[in-house]
Design a protein. Structure first.
Length: 294
């Protein structure tokens, strides 16, 4: 991976060799793009780490590899307030510590740590689909990016970014499962999240697990369901109204937090509730009259 991709600008590796070492005393002397050997205990964890789950078996394999051959690819670090923070390469750092290494080769960067950590993991395809979705969403929330801006940063089409971000709508039960297991590819999960409700997502996900389905099989199921919805007769206005009323009831009961509203928002909300009550009372009276004449 080029230094330009990592930092957003061209950088140049220092002429000095990897054997150059960093101590707290000379942190300020190091420059962007320099490569150094750094004590593993000097490096603080990356708060922007996209990867949340580290497979124990794969970590054991990497640790054995590091024990036998050392760390082949340097990690990436940055300096802030006389401290050294990991930007990318947490698996290598963990393996180095587990293998008993005292120092690890590292490249210094001044690039945006959140960008670098996400981009490196995406380009190396290191992240689980849900981790990628959460990392992208976190960048958008923290930096105020649009999907178009994020797509440019990670080097993907906007439609791809939109699909990945949609995985944040998956129920927590599914997210927890796919963090632990490698079995569920991104294509499959995107089909799951296309379901209309969390309950339907869970139902489809359980079918996938029970039958050990492939992504193509899942896509075939969702395609047939979509065709069925298109060809099915339209519901009556009364049925639609009843469904909307149920949705509104659930939303008000589960989503509205009056304590978080401003005084102006509470007043507006109260006025709308009054109008809603009037409409509900009118419908209830009409139903009673209709039942009386039956």
């Amino acid at each position: 991976m080029s230094r330009k991709k990592l930092t957003g600008k061209s950088t140049k590796l220092a002429v000095s060799s990897v054997s150059d070492e960093i101590t707290n005393a000379d942190i300020s002397q190091n420059i962007d793009g320099a490569m150094r050997n750094i004590g593993v205990d000097m490096i603080k964890n990356n708060p922007h780490q996209p990867r949340q789950h580290f497979d124990p078996e794969k970590m054991a394999e990497l640790t054995q590899s590091v024990r036998e051959s050392g760390v082949i690819q340097p990690i990436i670090v940055r300096f802030e307030d006389q401290d050294i923070y990991l930007v990318a390469g947490e698996r290598r750092l963990r393996a180095a510590k587990a293998a008993g290494l005292k120092k690890i080769p590292a490249i210094l960067t001044e690039g945006d740590p959140a960008h670098i950590a996400l981009i490196e993991n995406i380009q190396r395809e290191n992240l689980k689909p849900v981790e990628e979705a959460e990392a992208m969403n976190r960048l958008m929330e923290e930096r105020g990016y649009t999907q178009e801006q994020l797509a440019k940063i990670v080097g993907k089409a906007k439609s791809t970014v939109s699909e990945v971000l949609s995985l944040n709508r998956l129920p927590d039960a599914i997210k927890d499962e796919v963090r632990r297991v490698e079995h569920y590819p991104k294509r499959m999960l995107i089909e799951v999240v296309k379901q209309k409700s969390p309950d339907k997502m869970l139902t489809l996900f359980r079918r996938i697990k029970a039958a050990d389905m492939t992504s193509d099989e899942v896509k075939s199921i969702t395609k047939k369901e979509k065709q069925k919805r298109v060809t099915s007769p339209k519901r009556t206005p009364a049925a639609i109204a009843s469904n909307k009323a149920s949705e509104l009831t659930r939303y008000i009961r589960n989503k509205v937090r009056v304590s978080s509203l401003t005084p102006e928002e509470r007043y507006s909300f109260l006025e709308n509730l009054r109008k809603l009550r009037e409409a509900v009372d009118r419908c209830a009276e009409e139903i009673q009259v209709a039942e009386h004449h039956q």
